[in-house]
Structure formats: C-alpha cells, structure tokens
Write a protein that binds this ligand. Structure first.
Ligand code: ADE
Length: 243
C-alpha cells in the first residue's frame, strides 16, 4: 500500500525524517528524493508500507498541486495531512490536536451571485474525510491516552490574525480551527476518491498575537502532529487489509 504524507511547510514534515534536528523515534529512512512539478518528493518505507512524503508550500493552490501529484503521479492510495492551525474554538489551546470532520474554504466567495459563502455551483461547502481514518485516529488517541479533538476546519489563502475575520469564519462555517491547505487537499482527494485525513496541532489563536505565537510554537506543534500521524501509521499497518 502506498501512502502520501504531506504538510505545507518544511517544519511540518521534518520530524518524519531521519536526520532532522530532533527526529521522532520511528521515522522514515528516505530511499530516494525526486523532483516533480517544482517540488521535492521523498520516497520512503515504513515497515511494508510505501510512503511518499512532501511539503507543498503554503496555500490552497500549492497544496492542491502536491496532493494531486502524490495521487496521480506517484500513485498514492491514501493521504494523511499533518500540520498546524489557528484555533477558532476557544476550547482549543496551543499544542492541542484536532482531526478534521469536515473542511471548507472560507475565502471562496461568489455571494455576489446569491450563493452561500464557501459554495460554487457543482461543488460543496464541506468535504468530509474518510470515516475509517477518523475511527483509526480515535482508537489511537484512546489506546495511547492522547487527547484528540475533532471538528470543522476552515481553509483560506490568508493567515488570520484578526479577531473580526476569525469571528466571521467561526459564525459562518461553525469552524473550530483555521489553516491554509486542508480543504484544497480534501477537494482533490474527494474528487479522486482517495481516502484522506487532516490532522492539525494548534500553533496560535488566530488573534492579535497569532504571528508571534506561530513563530514560537510552529516546531513544537508540528512535532505533536507528526508524532500522532506516525502512531496512526502503525495502526494502519496493522489493519491494512481493512483499507
Ligand atoms: N495556520 C496556523 N495558524 C494559522 C492562522 N492563524 N491562520 C491561517 N493559517 C494558520
């Protein structure tokens, strides 16, 4: 089975790699790194699972390109996204893990034509990840005593550090967290009928202090997210006949 693991920024995928500053205990030995479509893809193995690992660069377009490349060019049959997000739900604190139950694009706007925010004809406002992968995540959390929340993630091509915009996104989409890639990756996987899962660890509260907190907590929160994805991989490996 071939699995795509992606993040948006180098910091979000570095913990997976042997040779990173502080590697996780069971990370990947890369066999080959290939450049394709102006991006680098690392081919690795985790037990008998084939892994394709990459960061896309920030934003919806770059992440859609990377996700599509991983599925269509490299032939991945499942995609796991790992990274950081800003908290919208006040119950989410820095370092907390949130698994997306639904993803939407908060900046997709043809409301001028009477459509609801986040909607374009023949699209859908919310895209849902694989229920099976969400179940795996919940089992991993329970078995390892890790706190995992779930909720709606809103994606847009803006770093949100503005209480008013944050409140609008919260109200309009019932969002719990915001980031810049999840929904675009979700749209690609949904269209190509490949099971996917989006995990984020909170790096900031998308408020006035967001840029400062983001710089401070990016590495730590990325590591929390990567570590959880590795635990999921262990479980997926054990149950791969179910996928
Ligand atoms: N990713 C992490 N924090 C974010 C924020 N405040 N806005 C958008 N994306 C983010």
């Amino acid at each position: 089975m071939k699995i795509a693991i992606m993040g948006a920024m180098p910091e979000e995928v570095e913990p997976f790699l042997v040779g990173s500053d502080e590697p996780l205990s069971k990370n990947f030995m890369v066999r080959e790194s290939l450049d394709y479509g102006a991006n680098r893809y690392h081919l690795a193995r985790y037990k008998d699972l084939e892994i394709v690992l990459a960061y896309s660069k920030i934003g919806k377009v770059y992440s859609a390109l990377t996700a599509a490349t991983m599925l269509e060019h490299f032939g991945c049959e499942m995609l796991l996204f790992s990274g950081v997000a800003g908290a919208v739900n006040p119950q989410l604190k820095i370092g907390d893990l949130i698994a997306a139950t639904k993803l939407c694009q908060h900046d997709l706007d043809i409301t001028a034509f009477g459509h609801p925010p986040g909607y374009v004809p023949e699209g859908k406002i919310y895209v849902e990840p694989s229920p099976k992968l969400l179940t795996v995540a919940k089992e991993v959390a329970r078995e390892r005593g890790i706190e995992l929340q779930d909720g709606i993630i809103a994606t847009g091509d803006q770093f949100i550090a503005d209480p008013e915009r944050k409140a609008w996104i919260a109200e309009t989409f019932d969002a719990d967290a915001i980031e810049m890639e999840g929904a675009s990756v979700a749209v690609v996987c949904d269209a190509l009928e490949v099971p996917f899962f989006v995990l984020r660890a909170i790096s900031d509260a998308a408020d006035m202090g967001a840029t400062f907190d983001f710089d401070e907590f990016l590495k730590h929160s990325s590591r929390r997210s990567s570590s959880f994805i590795l635990a999921m991989l262990e479980k997926i490996h054990g149950e791969k006949s179910a996928f």
